[in-house]
Every structure is written in C-alpha cells, then in structure tokens.
Design a protein around this ligand. Structure first.
Ligand code: SF4
Length: 304
C-alpha cells in the first residue's frame, strides 16, 4: 500500500521483489564548473569535495569501493541486491571510453542490478546517453541524477551553476528518448528565493517527464562561497519547520508516479557550518511526515 509518498525503497521493492541498497562511489571524476572549462569556483554552496569522499584519489578502486560498500550494507541491512551510485562530482564528464570502463567496473557481480550517475545537465548529450543506454539495454537499471536546484535562471546565475533551466530540459529530453530513468536534485533555501519561487520549481517539474526527485535544504559548508555570505550576515538558512512545510507542500504537487528519492540533505558533520538542524535527518523526515499528516497532504493531492 502506498504511504504519504512514493519512496525509493518501495519503487525498488516493486521492481526487484526485495530491498536494494545504493552503494555511494567516488569514481575519480571532476566537474566542469571547477576545472576551468565552465568555471573555477564551483557552485556557491559546494566546496572542493564536490560531495565526494576522495576514496578514488586515495587509491581505492571502484571495484574495491563497491565490494566494501556491499559487504557493509549486507551486514547492516541484510541487502542482497545493490545499485552502484556514482555520486561525487559530474559522473558523465569525461571521454566516452572512460565512462564506459568506470560504469563497467562497478558491476562486480550479479548482485549489482544497475547504477545511478549524478551529473550536471550540461554534461549530458546524445553520445553520453548512448553509452548509458548500452547498460540499460543489458537489463540493468540506470538512473541519471541531474542537478538542477531551481528552474529560475536568475537563481542559477546567482549561485554560479554555469547552466540554465533550458540546458536541463534539453538533457531530460535526450535521456528520456533513450528510456533512461531521470531523478532531479533540487535545493530549497537558495539565496534570493522565497516560498513562491521554490514551489514554482516543483510545479514546473511536475509537468515534465521526470521519474524521481531529491529534495535538499541549503546548508552552508566550510570552504564554500555560501560560507562567506553567511559569515557576513548576508544569508539566513531556512528553519527546520519552514523546510518541512515546503517539502510537505511540494510533494502534494508531484504526480504519484514520481519516486521521492530523498527528503533532506546529508552534510558531513565536520564540514557543516549552518544550520545546525541539518545534522538531524531523522527529525526533519519525521517533521515532514507529521506536517503532511496534520495538513491532510499526500503525493499528487493538488493534481486531483
Ligand atoms: S555542486 Fe556539483 S556541479 Fe556544482 S561545483 Fe560542485 S561538483 Fe560541480
């Protein structure tokens, strides 16, 4: 039975008949918004880690990361099936043969039922989609996780994303034409945005053929451009309650078939500057669910 929203666990259980666990990987990719081809400073909220662990640079191969992650998750959750998750930086940014080889390396044995690649919309084209489709056509599940953050081009420029909403729409079309699954990442609390703009992002996405979405609160990390703004008193993060209200409301605008892959961000504790509540993932999740229950909200409510 469906709960308040369509979770990733539920989606994977329906597809594979059992729990499937994602194994995060740092596959040694870089980012065009950091290496100089688009920009050098990166997005305003990102620091030099680019959500990565640095494992690849420390000499841990993709295969080793995968085997270790699978062992850990088998012990912790009893999982027997896995999806490789290429998480750090832009995982479709590189020569096609390098992409192909790195994706292949993650398929360590038949327990790996597919993979997810996190990337930027401007790092997706026909050729990249073609490589990803080769894997999908081998009966593997392939998700592409596109970082969009906001549909508003003024916001994207303000946070130095280096791409536009139109770039995102183009990437989405190319990926959907190959039958690939697309999950969009968005951020609530970006500088210069209010509730109206944030919900406008979700309403716009609700009209597009996306398969999944990840919600994140904007948190300030050490070494990012946001840290400077925050320390100068020019940025105030959302409160936990404001964020929970926004996500609860946003979910009600989304079609029931869109998989809600994530409700909150996941900062490294040692990097987090603010807000403090970003450490409390379980509490935020609980608050979102309570808000939905109290307000009679559920996924797709506003589309009925
Ligand atoms: S957030 Fe992603 S796209 Fe932006 S600079 Fe960091 S790694 Fe690059």
């Amino acid at each position: 039975m469906r709960g308040l929203y369509y979770s990733l666990n539920q989606f994977l259980k329906e597809r594979f008949g059992e729990r499937v666990q994602k194994v995060p990987l740092d596959a040694g990719f870089t980012c065009p918004n950091r290496d100089g081809s688009k920009g050098r400073g990166g997005c305003l909220y990102c620091n030099a880690y680019g959500s990565g662990t640095g494992a690849f640079r420390e000499g841990l191969s993709i295969r080793e990361q995968m085997l270790r992650g699978m062992e850990h998750m088998a012990r912790r959750y009893g999982a027997r099936k896995f999806l490789a998750y290429f998480q750090a930086f832009s995982n479709t940014y590189g020569p096609l043969e390098v992409l192909r080889a790195r994706y292949e390396e993650a398929l360590v044995d038949e327990r790996v039922v597919g993979f997810c690649v996190g990337t930027r919309p401007d790092c997706v084209d026909e050729a990249v989609a073609g490589v990803l489709a080769e894997f999908k056509n081998r009966d593997l599940m392939v998700w592409v996780e596109l970082g969009l953050q906001s549909v508003h081009n003024e916001t994207l420029a303000r946070i130095n994303r280096g791409h536009t909403f139109e770039d995102f729409v183009k990437a989405l079309e190319v990926l959907k034409a190959r039958g690939l699954l697309v999950c969009v990442h968005i951020i609530f609390g970006l500088p210069g945005e209010w509730h109206l703009e944030m919900l406008e992002t979700v309403k716009t996405l609700a009209r597009l053929p996306i398969d999944g979405i990840k919600f994140h609160e904007l948190y300030v990390v050490r070494g990012s451009g946001m840290e400077r703004l925050y320390r100068e008193g020019r940025y105030q993060p959302l409160t936990q309650g404001e964020y929970a209200d926004l996500v609860a409301e946003a979910i009600a605008h989304l079609p029931p078939k869109v998989v809600i892959q994530r409700l909150t961000g996941d900062p490294r504790p040692e990097e987090l500057v603010a807000p403090d509540w970003a450490r409390d993932k379980a509490g935020t999740r609980r608050l979102i669910e309570e808000t939905m229950l109290n307000r009679g909200l559920y996924q797709g409510k506003y589309l009925e």
